[in-house]
Design a binder for this molecule. Structure first.
Ligand code: UDP
Length: 245
């Protein structure tokens, strides 16, 4: 698959349907695959943290979740055609496995959120197999039990929704112990499916302004948002060194 190196992170230049197809192909292989969907804030974290960068670069699929990453790919002359957000890819995968029969484990969010997400999904897709649910608040000593719970559930796909970088680190730490086919770090997706968080309306997403909508709704995000201009500047100044352009 075609990749663009953005500040040391090798992002796949896939569209949402291509990402979903690739994940469905991964289900045919009998080993766990890791899928992450970094935005510019996460790429900035990886830029400063070699260990985390290594985790991202060992993913089986890394898609651009955020207009900042799409713009960066254009600056680096390896354009990603569209934003491939984790939530959209997660929805695409659900749509496919509801027909093909693979089962899904929902892991993450506050207590109760995964169960509401399960209920909402089963209303929309009565044939979808949900292997299990578990909230995302736990102590380090609980992790072994969580791995064993997921393995016992027989799940094929796990949505790991602990926010970044926690979810990517969790997946990387346990990948070899998990008897599943696909692990996707998809942040706040369970909150959106459960209806406990709202996604920006299409207008804002289609115009590359989701970040602005989220900022209006949650002004406390301003600190996190400052990563965006820093990211743009860093790509402009140092990007070509990494991308080989
Ligand atoms: N979350 C969790 N465990 C934690 C921290 C966060 O399950 O220890 C969940 C949180 O409840 C939310 C999700 O992770 O549902 C994503 O959080 P956030 O919106 O901060 O992450 P983003 O999607 O912006 O990366």
């Amino acid at each position: 698959m075609d990749k663009v190196n953005i500040l040391g992170v090798n992002v796949d230049t896939v569209t949402i349907p291509e990402a979903v197809d690739a994940i469905m192909e991964m289900m045919k292989e009998n080993r766990p695959h890791a899928i992450y969907t970094p935005n510019s804030e996460i790429i900035m974290t990886a830029y400063h943290d070699e260990k985390f960068r290594d985790i991202l670069n060992h993913a089986d699929l890394l898609t651009a979740d955020g207009i900042g990453v799409v713009y960066a790919s254009r600056i680096l002359k390896r354009p990603i055609r569209e934003r491939a957000a984790g939530y959209d890819i997660a929805c695409g995968v659900i749509d496919r496995i509801a027909k093909s029969g693979e089962s899904l484990f929902l892991f993450g969010g506050k207590p109760g959120v995964a169960e509401i997400a399960e209920k909402n999904l089963l209303e929309k897709y009565p044939k979808l197999k949900i292997a299990g649910t578990r909230n995302g608040y736990f102590k380090p000593e609980d992790e072994k039990e969580i791995v064993s719970e997921i393995n016992k559930s027989g799940a094929d796909v796990v949505f790991v929704c602990l926010g970044a970088p926690k979810q990517e680190q969790w997946i990387a730490r346990h990948l070899d112990q998990l008897k599943v086919k696909v692990l996707m770090g998809v942040g706040g997706s369970l909150d959106v499916i459960a209806g406990t968080a709202e996604r920006a309306p299409d207008f804002w997403c289609n115009h590359g302004l989701e970040w602005f909508y989220r900022l209006m709704k949650q002004p406390s995000r301003i600190g996190r948002m400052m990563a965006l201009p820093k990211f743009a500047l860093t790509v402009l100044i140092h990007g070509k060194k990494y991308s080989g352009e």
